[in-house]
Design a protein around this ligand. Sequence first.
Ligand code: HEM
Ligand SMILES: *[C@@H]1O[C@H](CO)[C@@H](O)[C@H](O)[C@H]1NC(C)=O
Ligand SMILES: *[C@@H]1O[C@H](CO)[C@@H](O)[C@H](O)[C@H]1NC(C)=O
Ligand SMILES: *[C@@H]1O[C@H](CO)[C@@H](O)[C@H](O)[C@H]1NC(C)=O
Ligand SMILES: *[C@@H]1O[C@H](CO)[C@@H](O)[C@H](O)[C@H]1NC(C)=O
Ligand SMILES: *[C@@H]1O[C@H](CO)[C@@H](O)[C@H](O)[C@H]1NC(C)=O
Ligand SMILES: *[C@@H]1O[C@H](CO)[C@@H](O)[C@H](O)[C@H]1NC(C)=O
Ligand SMILES: *[C@@H]1O[C@H](CO)[C@@H](O)[C@H](O)[C@H]1NC(C)=O
Ligand SMILES: *[C@@H]1O[C@H](CO)[C@@H](O)[C@H](O)[C@H]1NC(C)=O
Length: 531
Amino acid sequence: MFIKHGLLPLVSLLCYTGARAYVWPGPYDLLEDEYTVSTVLGDFIEPCSAPVLPGIRLAAAEWLRTAYHDMATHNVSTGLGGLDASIGFETDRPQNIGSAMNDSLNFFVSLQSRTSSMSDIIALAAVLVVKSCGGPGIPYRPGRIDATEAGPATVPEPQQDLATHISMFASQGFNVTEMIGLVACGHTIGGVHQVDFPFTIENSITDSNPDGIVHFDDTFATFDNHIASQWISGQSVDPIAVGFNATTNSDARIFAADGNATMSGFASNPDHFQSQCGSLFERMVNTVPNSVHLADVLEPLPVKPHRLSLAVTDGSLVLAGQIRIFSTSAEAAAASPDDMPVTLRWTDRNGKTNATYAASLTADFPPTTSLWGSLYFFNAKIVLDAGLGISSFVIDYAFDPSSPLIHGDNGGGGFPLQDIAFFQSNQFCTNITTGDTSVTAMIRNDMGPIGDAYIEYTFGVSQPGTVVLRQVTVRTALTRVGNSSLPLYDEYTALLDLGGFPTITNIVTDLVAEIGQKTYTDVFTLSPGFC
Ligand code: HEM
Ligand SMILES: *[C@@H]1O[C@H](CO)[C@@H](O)[C@H](O)[C@H]1NC(C)=O
Ligand SMILES: *[C@@H]1O[C@H](CO)[C@@H](O)[C@H](O)[C@H]1NC(C)=O
Ligand SMILES: *[C@@H]1O[C@H](CO)[C@@H](O)[C@H](O)[C@H]1NC(C)=O
Ligand SMILES: *[C@@H]1O[C@H](CO)[C@@H](O)[C@H](O)[C@H]1NC(C)=O
Ligand SMILES: *[C@@H]1O[C@H](CO)[C@@H](O)[C@H](O)[C@H]1NC(C)=O
Ligand SMILES: *[C@@H]1O[C@H](CO)[C@@H](O)[C@H](O)[C@H]1NC(C)=O
Ligand SMILES: *[C@@H]1O[C@H](CO)[C@@H](O)[C@H](O)[C@H]1NC(C)=O
Ligand SMILES: *[C@@H]1O[C@H](CO)[C@@H](O)[C@H](O)[C@H]1NC(C)=O
């Protein structure tokens, strides 16, 4: 595993406007980053066999099971329930036995924010798991909303009979063929733990297997059709198919529910298994309450600013951070980032371009990986002429110095960046002595009277009975501190009231400044750090 880039803070300026192809900044930048770079989740599921310490449970298998158990509260007749993070309130039910549900949520909670609901993270984790384990790429759509209470107790259990399972899956929106598919696709990784299913598994707890796991198939950390081929060839090792206790052999009843037709199809055709699992899991993660409307499919942006922000530093206006470049092309895979020409060209505050408004960026090492393609980061540290400023930029780049340049213009309009009112992101931190979290902002002082200047910040607070955080939004005024080190800018600050010492949660903060007749906004997401 290569070293991952810190996901946060990531900065984005100006309001998101409208429903074109996804551009930066957008409402799902944090999820897009985690989808593409997988900074937080990646290490735990790459490789697929990565264990949850200190046991030998696989994070990948736990996360996939968690996604199904959360979804399983959906009822097609009422349109209620689905993948909505209600699982957090349901962990003490026998049907969710084991440490998997809270383990998973505890992994995910550090990613929660105003723009990344727990349910979106559960779905994203399932998508990343399937890909990391060698399964299909599942289209990912964000926009899920977290439940505020438990759903019905409708997760299947192995001791229930086939008729019960058929009707439960029908209620969730899946017919018999699809039920067989979902169970086979789910049970291609991981296994059953004796500590949680003592009536199903015996004599499997040892020093090296403290939870007494028995795997579903011989390739328990690979998303492949062995669950089906072993079943059809009579060599299944699945403890809830061929286990000693016939009552809990639900996989056997389900796999044979159509006379083994679906399982035979999977066994004889690995590609068919992959494509069926892909479409079934896509439906699984998109099974949400009817009141929820998912956004368009999110895919890696080819060019995206990463932790890139303006700052007033030592008397200069500086644009610093990184540019992320992604591609699925063979040329990109073969690229050596040190040789890639990457130029940031900006437009000044008056909308003018100039050949001199350009800076070449240098490769950042070591390179990072993506499950979806090639990913390179380039460092920017550009001292701007504060009098001329900046309003947007583009990135011209190539994967090979001899190839024609690709124009990275963010869907046509360039990457917007306003320099009138912005967070001084390198001063957004929690004072280690006092515990106070404050933000600093810079606002131009020659643009007319400042009508209103405030921040609105959203952070997670714990709620009883679930690991999932509830998001709270607070507004507070920015107060002028005084001159900055640049005559054009004044420094402003605001103290955040996080109700005590901040948790590990991300804080999404909007800045709004009404200056003259115009409103300027900036948004900044940070995971608190100390200063
Ligand atoms: C009738 C339906 C189902 C029954 C009765 C059932 C039952 C079980 C049981 C008893 C376990 C063992 C859990 C443990 O010991 O930690 C398990 C594990 C698992 N199930 Fe299912 N399951 C069903 C459907 C599904 C579906 C549709 C999925 C799809 C995602 C799925 C995914 C998983 C995964 C990935 C594991 C492995 C967990 C681990 O290794 O930690 N299951 N299932
Ligand atoms: C789904 O909702 C219908 C209508 O309220 C109800 O009759 C049915 O029992 C529910 N299904 C499950 C599995 O709870
Ligand atoms: C379930 O639905 C799929 C897709 O619509 C269909 O191909 C399949 O035949 C159905 N199975 C049953 C048992 O109705
Ligand atoms: C089989 O499992 C059922 C349901 O958990 C349990 O009631 C029964 O005692 C088990 N039988 C044996 C032989 O362990
Ligand atoms: C389905 O496959 C299982 C396992 O190979 C086998 O025991 C069973 O007889 C098969 N059922 C049918 C109806 O073919
Ligand atoms: C571009 O910038 C240079 C140096 O600042 C300046 O001399 C030149 O006039 C500018 N060109 C245009 C077309 O504005
Ligand atoms: C999961 O965590 C929640 C919140 O802390 C807690 O109420 C619940 O009992 C935990 N569940 C399990 C199975 O430990
Ligand atoms: C702050 O800036 C204003 C205008 O640029 C200037 O008149 C004033 O002397 C400065 N104050 C300090 C304390 O530097
Ligand atoms: C933290 O707060 C203390 C006490 O108010 C103050 O002396 C110190 O300068 C602050 N540290 C930073 C980095 O702002």
